[in-house]
Design a binder for this molecule. Structure first.
Ligand SMILES: Cc1cc2nc3c(=O)[nH]c(=O)nc-3n(C[C@H](O)[C@H](O)[C@H](O)COP(=O)(O)OP(=O)(O)OC[C@H]3O[C@@H](n4cnc5c(N)ncnc54)[C@H](O)[C@@H]3O)c2cc1C
Length: 393
């Protein structure tokens, strides 16, 4: 909470010439748990690693595992091995554990490629966007299926790393007391993510880096508003990267054993709903709780894993399906002629909603209700990006 960026106040849909199509207020997130939080992933990584110096070992590349009656052994590329009661795969979308354990599991390309970049907030960059865009999360939709997300991340400390005035002493205390005190790795920035179907981008886009990606963003958006193009131009080349968006294909349940999976290792999803990391955290929490029961003698290991997996398969693949619906090159918006008609229809519908308060409220509420983590009895809910936007930070 101490290291998050301030909450977005608006959700905006814009045209490529920065005209508003739809905009609504996002309610302030008051619940510390069930609320939207804008987090820089570098900072989140540090927070999650805090206090684990003697637990996490870097440079250990998992190669394969072997299951025995009461244990499981993981083998690493450096020739070492580790044996335990349970192997938990948290090795992301290309999971080697998944490939060995569930060879029937499939992942596939969505045909969408994104280019992401960040630029620091300066006097010049701040002036390039309207106050609503500055204080909100915005999606630009443009012809040929191009879209671009804009997200301004403003943190609680200033450019010298001092806690900003007026936020109250307790946050400062909290930051001071945080073991490791490594929060100071990022400054206020504007984050953009430009995406399109792969056929609209050069075949070698995944090999491009830094300035090449900025040049490409400018090349494919010649008719976009000059301010948007300036945001691309001002991006720090070191922050730019291309992303080939993949998704997993929902899987039938399997027989539980002493190998299990969490996060992208089992349910890689498109960033369309912005809930991949949240679902990974939800898995970790649910699995952890079940393992505590095993430790305390209140449950058997296999039964606890099976309970975790049956729920995880349900909510995890539900999020996969919903995220896929938001991002697929098969969507008519990416098609040559029909795409223009779809875009025009979409804009007209959004503009209409924009002028009808009750409809707008309903749309906002339905967006905010998608939690990807419905409350189970006694379950502590990790809330996903409530307004369903991907965070490329
Ligand atoms: C563009 C984009 C935007 C996104 N935006 C959001 C968002 O706004 N909100 C949200 O909730 N989610 C978002 N996501 C999804 C989120 O990033 C992922 O769901 C999340 O990172 C998954 O976490 P994970 O720990 O399961 O896997 P990862 O974060 O992929 O971590 C896997 C780890 O395993 C390691 N590893 C891999 N192979 C091996 C091996 N053989 N041996 C040892 N280690 C190995 C890797 O090095 C890595 O450290 C977004 C994703 C993308 C691509």
């Amino acid at each position: 909470m101490a290291t998050r960026a301030r909450d977005p106040k608006y959700f905006n849909m814009l045209t490529e010439d920065l005209k508003e199509v739809l905009s609504f207020d996002l309610p302030p997130s008051t619940d510390p748990v069930e609320s939207e939080k804008s987090i820089s992933r570098m900072t989140l990584r540090q927070v999650l690693l805090t206090g684990l110096d003697d637990v996490v070992e870097f440079g250990k590349e998992f190669v394969r595992f072997e299951q025995h009656a009461d244990s499981v052994t993981a083998y690493f590329a450096d020739g070492s091995q580790a044996t335990g009661d349970l192997l938990v795969a948290a090795d992301g979308s290309g999971s080697g554990v998944r490939r060995q354990y569930l060879p029937q599991a499939k992942t596939e390309e969505t045909g969408i490629i994104a280019i992401a970049g960040k630029l620091p907030i300066t006097e010049e960059s701040a002036k390039l966007i309207s106050p609503k865009v500055f204080e909100g999360i915005s999606i630009v939709t443009a012809p040929h299926g191009f879209s671009c997300i804009l997200h301004v991340m403003e943190f609680q400390w200033d450019r010298d790393g001092q806690v900003k005035q007026g936020i109250g002493g307790s946050t400062e205390e909290l930051i001071r007391q945080w073991p490791g005190l490594q929060f100071d790795n990022t400054r206020d920035y504007i984050n953009w993510g430009l995406s399109a179907s792969a056929d609209k981008l050069p075949a070698n886009v995944m090999e491009l880096r830094g300035q090449e990606l900025i040049d490409l963003a400018l090349r494919v958006t010649p008719d976009w508003h000059p301010n948007l193009r300036r945001l691309f131009e001002l991006a720090d080349p070191g922050t730019c990267f291309p992303i080939d968006i993949w998704t997993s294909v929902p899987l039938e349940p399997w027989q539980s054993s002493n190998v299990t999976l969490i996060g992208d290792a089992i349910h890689t999803m498109t960033p369309g709903r912005g809930v991949g990391a949240n679902t990974a955290l939800r898995d970790a929490l649910a699995l952890c709780r079940n393992l505590i029961e095993v430790r305390d003698g209140r449950a058997e290991l296999l039964e606890a894993i099976s309970r975790y997996e049956s729920k995880m398969i349900e909510y995890g693949f539900d999020a996969v399906i919903k995220s896929r619906q938001q991002m697929s090159a098969d969507d008519p918006i990416h098609k040559p002629v029909i795409g223009r008609v779809v875009l025009a229809g979409m804009r007209t519908a959004m503009r209409t909603v924009n002028h009808l308060s009750p409809l707008k409220r309903r749309m906002r509420d339905s967006m905010l209700t998608y939690r990807g983590a419905e409350r189970d009895e006694e379950e502590f809910v990790i809330s996903p990006a409530a307004n369903g936007h991907p965070n490329y930070s």
